[in-house]
Write a protein that binds this ligand. Structure first.
Ligand code: ADP
Ligand code: ADP
Length: 207
């Protein structure tokens, strides 16, 4: 099963990917998480990612695709994956089709989490995470347990999230017609409790 979880920044892609991956028995592949890991290691590639991420701009396709090629060659991704935050451009979507075709696979479904922009700003600026486990919380909608030290991503400011949303509208929304033409897209209302959204996704997947 190869599933694309699609949607604007802060739509709940990561939160929901974690909730459905066990049932689907495939890993979550988040290009954002992979880039943040490279950044933490301080590699030259990580520094390059940081330039773009801090400004809320998309990382160039060639760099993203290099990461994805390597990730898909790992054994845990042999049977499928939940793609979270990828593809973000038409060129990435076309390259993903080719990569999967080489493995005798294809994207089976695309779920779009629809969330209005004002909720997005509210969600992203209130996002926090546990630096040890990576678990994502929200100061109001999914508060971390008392006493847990959580951190905020440096690109989760109102200014940068508005820039990221513009990038989404300009470069990422055009990916949808690519999948719509194949009849793969299911649109899901991303506003509601975490459980409600999970149920809607399960229903859309027929799972
Ligand atoms: P994405 O991976 O799409 O950027 P996240 O899963 O990190 O989004 O969610 C963004 C923020 O919104 C997080 O702080 C998360 O806890 C919160 N969040 C996720 N789903 C919901 C929801 N259904 N209602 C309110 N807040 C949510
Ligand atoms: P969110 O879903 O909250 O926007 P991500 O962690 O998916 O956050 O992405 C954070 C940043 O990482 C993006 O603003 C962008 O700079 C970079 N990034 C992540 N995935 C991609 C991708 N597939 N293509 C280009 N840039 C990416």
């Amino acid at each position: 099963m190869d599933l694309v979880l699609f949607g604007p920044p802060g739509a709940g892609k990561g939160t929901q990917a974690v909730r459905i991956r066990e049932q689907l028995d495939v890993p979550q592949i988040s290009t954002g998480d992979m880039m943040r890991a490279a950044r933490r290691e301080g590699t030259p590639l990580g520094k390059k990612f940081d330039e773009y991420m801090s400004a809320g701009k998309l990382v160039p396709d060639a760099l993203v695709l290099e990461l994805m090629k390597e990730r898909l060659s790992k054994p845990d991704a042999a049977k499928g994956a939940i793609f979270d935050g990828f593809p973000r451009t038409v060129a990435q979507a076309e390259a993903l089709d080719e990569l999967l075709a080489e493995m005798g696979r294809k994207i089976d479904q695309v779920v779009v989490l629809e969330v209005p922009v004002e909720d997005i700003v509210d969600r992203v600026t209130g996002r926090r995470s546990d630096p040890t486990s990576g678990q994502v919380y929200h100061v109001r909608y999914n508060p971390p347990p008392a006493g847990l030290e959580v951190v905020q991503r440096k690109d989760d400011t109102e200014e940068v999230v508005r820039k990221r949303f513009q990038e989404y509208e300009a470069n990422t929304m055009p990916v949808l017609p690519h999948y719509d033409a194949k009849g793969l897209v299911k649109r899901v209302d991303g506003v509601g409790s975490l459980d409600e959204v999970t149920e809607r996704i399960r229903a859309a997947l027929g799972a």
